[in-house]
Design a protein around this ligand. Sequence first.
Ligand SMILES: *Cc1c(COP(=O)(O)O)cnc(C)c1O
Length: 432
Amino acid sequence: MSTSDPTLSPPFEASEPFAKRMDAEDGLAGFRDRFLIPATDAGSPVIYLAGNSLGLQPKSVQQYLNEELDDWATHGVEGHFRGRRPWYSYHEMFRESGARLVGAEPGEVVMMNSLTVNLHLMMATFYRPTADRYKIVIEDGAFPSDTYAVKSQLRWHGHDPADGLILLQPRPGEHTLRTDDVIDLIDEQGHEIALVIPAGVNFRTGQFFDIASITAAAKKQGCTVGWDLAHAVGNVPLSLHEWDVDFAVWCNYKYMNSGPGAIAGCYVHERHGRNFDLPRFAGWWGNDPDERFKMHLLPEFTPREGADGWQISNPPIFSLTPVKASIELFEEATLPKLREKSQRMTGFLRFLLEGHQSKVFEIITPRAPAEHGCQLSILVHDHPKERFAALEKAGVICDFREPNVIRAAPVPLYNSFMDVWRFAQVLADATG
Ligand SMILES: *Cc1c(COP(=O)(O)O)cnc(C)c1O
């Protein structure tokens, strides 16, 4: 971790003019204009800090969707080959840009299905329990869908989750995990662990795990390692290929701004992508595209090399189109610049909250820049519901987790430092 990181000794000031100056000096500020920002009843833009739940709509989405509707109207079935973005190879548009998002090689990433479906498809291939090695590791307090998926996989293979599921837990009195504790657990129990599959960024605490170290420790023990990147993609820097991660899954509707239920992402390390002997659930879109339309003439499945070979159905184009609109913005802004702004914004938010109301707020998201993304999870000790209600009344959209956690995520693509300033003001001022 760099000690020269400005967020560690913040050159921040708790003032509105300072927030305005930060916005004026922000090289990415123009991207805000490329999004549709919901308005309050009074007609002013809301302070939208819920991009960790559902990102805002890029303005380009509507045009791209209209173009697909036009191509369907104009070409009918021929749109598969004659559309301006032919549907037959539509998913290949993300071969390079999708890979760049997660630090993968071209071919290691495909956009398909939804997150939990991809999780199951990946486990169909990569969770291969044996009598001695069948346990699965996730973090305690994982997103419920992941917990359900993993437990159901254990049962599907005849294991009792009470025995087969290992939950990573913080130390008593602590809110987040220590990397050393995770690695110690893996070192001790690794011989029984088939699969390690935590979230890269925990949805509730905002903790960004040390994916490289945890992956390396698990691989040393012979475990397979996958990551759920729902809260990590488009948020924090990732180098999946370099870290030798076996597989990963994510959704594209949070930081990726691709709309409710958008088509999700999936990464498979190229070593596995070339291994045609791996068991998998097959469908025609995972087949070699040159043979796909031979249909019933070739009843044997020939998987396509790479992550593409795990596709099953032909993709819903209208749900894939917003992913294109969104990724273009990430390509333009670039992830390192977004990360740099994100750390300044989240650092500013922490500075404002801690500077004035230290008895009322406890930020449970780790402090070190390398251990968090956009989101801060704020435990509110005093009048949490009243403060949250005041936020809503002031036109802030963020979220509340019972009994007293507010999650706020300033997103570098469309939030401003003034958003952060106003949010902190309302949160501090509300007395219930
Ligand atoms: C958002 C999220 C999900 C949602 O799953 P879907 O299959 O997209 O409905 C699952 N897991 C995690 C960790 C999430 O953050």
